[in-house]
Design a protein around this ligand. Sequence first.
Ligand code: ASP
Ligand code: MG
Length: 317
Amino acid sequence: MLRSDIMQTYDVVSYTNEHLSDERLAIALRVHTTVRQILGDFFRSRGFIEVPPVIISPLTDPLNHPVYDPYITYYDEKYALTKSMIFHKHLLVSHFDKIFTFSPNIRIETPDKAETGRHLSEFTQIDVEARGATREQMMSLVEDLMVELVSKVKEKHADDLRKLGRKLEVPRKPFRRYQYLEAEKEYGKDFEAVLSRKEKDMFWIIDIPLQAREFYDREDPSRPGILVDMDLIYPEGFQEALSGGEREYQLDRILERIKKKGQTEEQFKWYIEFARRGLPPSAGFGIGIERLVRYICGFKRIDDVHPFPKVPGKFSL
Ligand code: ASP
Ligand code: MG
């Protein structure tokens, strides 16, 4: 768990006081209010039902990068704080065609993430999943969403954006696509950041290699080692907007993928039980709300959009 010597302390009362009275935070929160409304309305109008979030569970996302894992004792059971509702989404679409949720996630990031300007250890994502959907369908849905969202926010918050000196372009469909391995070859290890700085519009990174993602994204049967998944990347250096993809749903594939990641079946035993009974094919994605608001406002740091930002490795309220 967290060691006290990596926790940075500072005058948190003065910081919070100043931060809460900052006009930039007020603008960010007004934008946040609109963004949540547009997101909810968009998915409701397309037949998605909203489900309540899961905050504690014996089952959560393993993620593909190291975080400190907080657990609580729930009666005598060990429960995790939700890192994402990926598995709950899959169980839900066995029974409901299309779902979304505003899901609070806890990912206690390592302190080296403090200066990225993109990481908060506590954030909310809108997590979306549709039974029988393909990656193509989900990408098209996201493109429609982003076009609508940026247009509406620009119109409604013209004054706010002017005050921030923020010029925002409505993205144009179809968004450009980069294949992960090709982009890596051309632009090097740091290709996501390089491309994000270079591009003027949002773009996709698709076909992510197996070891670069969690076991639940579906491996392309015709291209072993390549997943049928995608990341949406913001331009102007703002980087990742969402991750998503088609899902593994067959028991044997799920077990093989867990093994390939060097993970244990024990950790996912509840999910495996459901896979044994049969899970449907599905696809979905999760959009970080604070990152979206940060992109719209054009802020250097994500802390500026959250009233009580949990910056990795920093004491906070
Ligand atoms: N919920 C996943 C995540 O947090 C995104 C997805 O739906 O694949 O990474
Ligand atoms: Mg991701």
